[in-house]
Design a protein around this ligand. Sequence first.
Ligand SMILES: [Zn+2]
Length: 352
Amino acid sequence: MPTIGNQQIKLLERLCNAIAISGDEGEVRAIVLEEIKGHVDEVRVDALGNVLAVKKGTGKKTLRVMLSAHMDEVGFMLVADDGEGLFRFELVGGIDIRQLPGKAVLIGRDHVPGVIGARPIHLTSREERQEKIPLDTLRIDTGPGNSKVKPGDRGTFATRFQQSGPSLMAKSLDDRLGVVTLIELIKHAPAGIDLQAAFTVQEEIGLRGAKVATYAFNPDIGIALDATPANDLPSWDGLENNTYNTKLGLGPAIYIADSGILSDPRLVRWLVETADSRKIPYQFRQPGGGRNDAGAMHLAQAGIPSVSVSVPHRYSHTAISVARLEDWKNSLALLQAALTRLTPELLASERA
Ligand SMILES: [Zn+2]
């Protein structure tokens, strides 16, 4: 049985401490290839850098189920060298500019340390401190004499993974949680399906890797394994927050809809029935902004029934986010149980 234990948490730590900004996913890709080696029937890296692996089922009529987890994370790209180790940069993926000033970062393959400088309080006026800081006034400061850093290099927040009791705190839990989940599912693949695993690239800049991966696999079903934002803190005014989209601790988030897809109702039903019968907690991810690989998968080829199961986490796309170990475990348990009972009849059933 697939499990989340010390070994999987160690792997998550390694993956979260790696840097894989969209378009430059090599560091995570190397770990993925090493982990799945010997556990799949086929594996290749496609033209965009997706890792596409297949674990064949043993049944007579097996459904081809594509499971995707994106390897990339949001971050920065250096675009100009201003000298003295100061670099202008652009954002890669959705990051709130207010998150940037005063943060430690790591740049390039060698993880060269840098700082996104912030002007100290001593040197700013009260009025200035109320104002927005435009991105083009910010610089990444690596200090002079760093010949290893150059325009084109990617970087991200210099956050180290940590576990604190039931909580996981790291950068890029979105989507390294999904990556480890998919590796576990490959290692313990249900025999009744052909598992088509896609470790995708460039999800954060428009689901680009998933687009070509789905075209290549042409699966019967697509499932995106991802992390989804939790907005579950109390309102500042002390009232109950009733606009959350997921809450920590309530289990895996099953998507009914997001801004990229209306999930296939048969797949939603199948997941819910599985969770109910196995007493696995779950929640519906409330519709709203954001999208993931399922948004690309369902529009590939002649259309692929798709859905997403995601682990809720707070503070997505910031320097550090927080998830609960139990939600992650339950996500894996739900997927494993659902895939084990999956038959071709599901797709023959009524949609509504
Ligand atoms: Zn994601």
